[in-house]
Design a protein around this ligand. Structure first.
Ligand code: SIN
Length: 481
């Protein structure tokens, strides 16, 4: 990997401001070609506990500093991330596979949370409440929750860290973070830049390791960790929630999705095709908010399917470091196997392949961008998130049916709809049981919008003016006069 600043590349964990090698290592591979790119420290429960030991006193000192002071450190961190965006994008693409242009986009997106929460740190305000008793004064203080545990996924190796860590440290908390074992290098580079920005030792601890269950359990079992924040599967989210029950921790969970995308007859076809392409094929379909079930009204169905298949066919697949590549590899064999299973199941039950449908000629974990039509609700893809480049088209006739099908899921993270009818826009947005509704666009993510789901998609909101509340406690102070 060629970097302008090779000192960004760390392979040891970062605990209490020092780099910790541990006794064993695990291999990080490039999903585009299977090459081992680094041997990273394989730590576990003992180092999580050491990180918590360091975080507790560090957090107390950090919380005593003014919000303005914390914001200044964060602002420097933001500047350093942006100044090193090129290198960070190379690290990200090499360990995760997404095209370099998308990786650069993620660095800017990830950095935006640092910038935003540096600003928000200064707007945390308690209240003076109107008292019902003349001899009392009532106030609220908003105080940092303390030390939190964070477990982040591989699909956004930078942005999912900053979306959790930035509001936490802005609020005056400290964290113990376990990045995905597939993508620890981006996390460690972020820590290097945080240190250069002046973030004190112990505030951001990164424990790398293969034994995610043990690391997670140690965090959840420790009373000193007052909050867990996690992005990943609903199954793991439930485990963390159960393990956190004894110490009654606050939880933020950003879990599975099964996003519906509704295209009505009155949609602008260009907007709908462009939006569906963005939503479906971003990160090779490996986001929690990628459209999984595309519901198209019968009047526009054939035209939409034809245009979508043409655009899908034109996508350039390859190593994310190659110029012009728009879709990289799938993260691993497990991911590839699920995609194949969904396509085979759908075709076996009568779906029609318009394009793609099999592993790509490039081999490895590359998969052809795929469009399926004539999908039905008895197919596996209807219930399970594919997490891959498969656009699955279902036909509907009437608005109520479309809403019912879209809501027929245990998940409720993001939904999309395409219509030029203003009344329908509001009606359908209100009826969809999802935490996020994107209208006439395939991309909605930013630091300003609250990100989070309903039902089994999770708890809490990340980003936005609400995101910092997840790291604050409200203390009620009643003063007798
Ligand atoms: C995710 O897939 O969890 C994050 C997607 C985003 O932030 O847009």
């Amino acid at each position: 990997m060629k970097l302008n600043d090779p000192t960004l590349l760390h392979v040891d964990s970062y605990i209490n401001g020092g780099w910790v090698a541990g006794k064993t290592r695990f291999a990080v591979t490039n999903p585009a070609n299977g090459e081992v790119i680094a041997e990273v420290a394989d730590l576990g429960s003992a180092e999580v506990t050491a990180a918590i030991d360091a975080a507790v006193p560090a957090q107390k000192a950090w919380a005593k500093r003014t919000a303005k002071d914390r914001a200044m450190v964060m602002r420097k961190w933001y500047d350093l991330v942006m100044a090193n965006a090129e290198d960070l994008a190379v690290i990200l693409t090499t360990e995760m596979g997404k095209p370099l242009a998308e990786a650069k986009g993620e660095i800017a997106y990830g950095a935006s949370f640092i910038d935003w929460f540096a600003e928000e740190a200064r707007r945390v305000c308690g209240d003076v409440l109107e008292t019902p008793q003349a001899d009392k004064r009532l106030l609220t203080f908003k105080q940092p929750i303390g030390v939190f545990g964070a477990i982040t996924p591989w699909n956004f190796p930078i942005a999912m860290i900053t979306r959790k860590v930035a509001p936490g440290i802005a609020a005056g908390c400290a964290c113990v973070l376990k990045p995905a074992e597939q993508t620890p290098l981006s996390a460690l580079a972020l820590a290097e830049l945080a240190e250069r920005a002046g973030l004190p030792a112990g505030i951001m601890n990164i424990v790398t390791g293969m034994n995610a269950p043990a690391i997670g359990e140690t965090m959840c079992a420790d009373d000193r960790i007052r909050k867990m924040t996690f992005t990943g599967s609903t199954e793991v989210g439930r485990i963390l929630m159960r393990q956190s029950a004894d110490s009654v921790k606050k939880m933020s969970l950003e879990l599975g999705g099964n996003a519906p995308l509704l295209v009505f007859d009155d949609a602008d076809l260009d907007k709908a095709v462009t939006g569906a392409m963005m939503s479906k094929f971003r990160n090779a379909g490996q986001t929690c908010v990628c459209a999984n079930r595309i519901f198209v009204q019968d009047g526009i169905y054939d035209a939409f399917a034809k245009r979508l298949a043409e655009a899908t066919d034109a996508l350039q697949v390859g190593n994310g470091m190659t110029d012009g590549v728009e879709q990289g590899p799938i993260i691993n064999d497990q991911g590839l196997a699920k995609i194949k299973r969904h396509v085979e199941d759908a075709v076996g039950k009568g779906a029609i392949l318009l394009t793609g449908g099999k592993p790509h000629a490039l081999g490895g974990t590359f998969f052809e961008p795929t469009v399926l039509t004539e999908m039905t609700s008895d197919m596996q893809l209807f219930r399970e998130e594919t997490f891959g480049p498969v656009a699955a088209l279902f036909k509907f006739n009437d608005e109520d049916d479309a809403i019912a099908m879209a809501n027929d899921s245990e998940f409720g993270l993001a939904a999309y709809l395409f219509t030029e009818n203003a009344a329908r826009l509001f009606r359908v947005s209100e009826a969809l049981e999802f935490g996020i509704v994107a209208v006439n666009t395939g991309i909605f993510s930013s630091e300003v919008g609250p990100f989070g789901g309903l039902k089994n998609s999770g708890l809490g909101r990340e980003g936005s003016k609400y995101g910092i509340d997840e790291f604050l406690e409200i203390k009620f102070v009643c003063v007798g006069m």
